[in-house]
Write a protein that binds this ligand. Structure first.
Ligand code: 6PG
Length: 469
């Protein structure tokens, strides 16, 4: 066997799957896990890939097993564990050995680690990897950040293991330092929003239209053959149609309505606030997850105020209306997500390649969808244009925003919460209003703080005739 030029630390689910993927694509790999039994078990179960895998029982053994210049992927939990691993590994490495953090790192941490690497003359890449366990094993979407030369060194391996869209690898260099992890963070924010809007459509079907889980599943399945075709709609159909082996009930009906989270959606919302980039659909989705977790408070609220009526008159909302509403919501959500990516330029200096972002999201990642291909085409035509102003999406929005309004207004009138869809509708209405109500805000600010305002009829800063109140 040729000596590995790549190593991997951390054989949890994602790390193990990534290592098998790398070995399968023909790259010998050395692996290490802090529990040696895990390393041995992994190697023993690697079947015909085992000859390409070198199991190592210590960090020095791992380093010794890899040919120079080395590349070592870290697949350890994001946060302090990454810093600890880097601190333990660095003294064992040569200056041109490359450490690659492939976990779900906070991009601010990646920026810091890249700066520390640069200061110490060592090499570091941060790559966002999306696609869950299945993606890691058979083809994730990969978003790279760091020095372009370091990316170029490992690009052949990362492209080989990545998902392919019509033969094109879904692995792209996004920019310096934390750029790859920033793109992955925005991916996850959009993931939250896509999931929340689907959950809201499910809520309208379940509680408004009184559809059972299997009818919802059939509906999702039908939508998956149209403009909404996507991994998340596909799995929504599957989970809706699944039965609980224990009770025979629909799986969805035995799952507690309290959503978990690891925090990347929250990071997207926090960052958007820092950058003054409006992403209300994603923020609504993050808030909805947080509210879902407040199960006891929700129960108390229902006991005090009573549940809202929720039923919608038969036929008032059709499945086609809901499909169209989701199409509009999705366009508006992605418009916000791509605008957030663009907003990183002044703050971080990243000129993120938006068409390439849409390219790598077309396959492998959790938000993969046919619409992302249309987005990649629209962004390639004009990366600086607001996505909803691209002719393809303008037409789609013109034909779908009426359904979004109908679904949101009827759901709200019935007391069915649809926060992300409602946020999408408000965003749409604000962004097509040439004259807003912010003149009132400006007058108030000038009244209480003499902050000044602009006038329609004269340039410069002005003050109102507020006197001494
Ligand atoms: C992906 C996913 C992945 C993971 C998130 C889920 O792109 O593969 O986004 O990163 O599923 O950790 O995040 P929450 O636990 O916050 O839902």
């Amino acid at each position: 066997m040729t000596q590995p030029t790549i190593g991997l630390i951390g054989l949890g689910t994602m790390g193990a799957m990534l290592a098998l993927n790398i070995a399968e694509k023909g790259f010998p790999i050395a692996v290490f896990n802090r529990t040696t039994a895990t390393t041995q078990k992994f190697h023993a179960e690697a079947d015909d890939l085992a000859p390409r895998i070198t199991p190592c029982d210590s960090l020095p053994a791992l380093v010794a097993a890899i040919a120079k210049p080395r590349a070592i992927i870290l697949m350890v939990p994001a946060g302090a564990a990454v810093d600890e691993q880097i601190a333990a590994l660095r003294p064992l490495l040569d200056a041109d050995d490359l450490i690659i953090d492939a976990g779900n790192a906070n991009f601010h941490d990646t920026n810091r680690r890249a700066a520390e690497a640069a200061a110490s003359g060592t090499r570091f890449l941060g790559i966002g990897v999306s696609g869950g366990e299945e993606g890691a094993r058979h083809g994730p979407s990969i978003m790279g950040g760091g020095e372009a030369a370091d990316w170029a060194r490992v690009e052949p391996v990362l492209s080989a293991i990545s998902a392919k869209y019509e033969g094109q690898p879904c692995a792209t260099y996004m920019g310096q330092a934390g750029a790859g992890h920033f793109v992955k963070t925005v991916h996850n924010g959009i993931e939250y929003a896509d999931m929340q809007m689907i959950a809201e459509a499910y809520g309208v079907m379940r509680d408004g239209l009184m559809m059972n889980a299997s009818d919802c599943g059939i509906t999702f399945d039908q939508w998956n053959a149209g403009p909404l075709q996507s991994y998340l709609i596909e799995i929504s159909a599957k989970v809706s149609l699944a039965e609980d082996p224990k009770t025979g009930a629909a799986m969805l009906d035995v799952i507690l309505d309290r959503a978990g989270q690891k925090g990347t959606g929250r990071w997207t919302a926090i960052e958007a606030q820092h950058l003054s980039a409006p992403i209300p659909v994603i923020e609504a989705a993050v808030a909805a997850r947080n509210m879902s977790a407040q199960l006891d408070t929700r129960k108390e609220g229902e006991a005090i105020f009573g549940a809202a009526p929720q039923h919608i008159a038969p036929g008032a909302i059709t499945r086609e209306d809901l499909e169209s509403a989701l199409i509009a919501g999705k366009i508006l959500c992605y418009t916000q997500g791509f605008a957030l990516l663009a907003a990183a330029k002044p703050a971080f200096g990243w000129d993120l390649p938006l068409p390439a972002v849409a390219h790598v999201w077309r396959e492998g990642c959790i938000i993969r969808s046919s619409m992302l291909n249309d987005m990649s085409i629209a962004l390639a035509e004009d990366p600086a244009r607001n996505l909803m102003f691209a002719p393809f999406f303008t037409e789609l929005l013109k034909s779908s925003h009426g359904s979004l309004r109908k679904v949101v207004s009827l759901a709200m009138a019935s007391g069915l919460p649809v926060p992300a869809l409602a946020a999408a509708l408000s965003y749409f209405d604000i962004m097509r209003t040439g004259r807003s109500t912010a003149n009132m805000i400006q007058a108030q600010r000038d009244f209480f703080g003499a902050h000044g305002f602009e006038r329609f009829d004269a340039p410069g800063a002005h003050h109102g005739p507020w006197g001494n109140h």
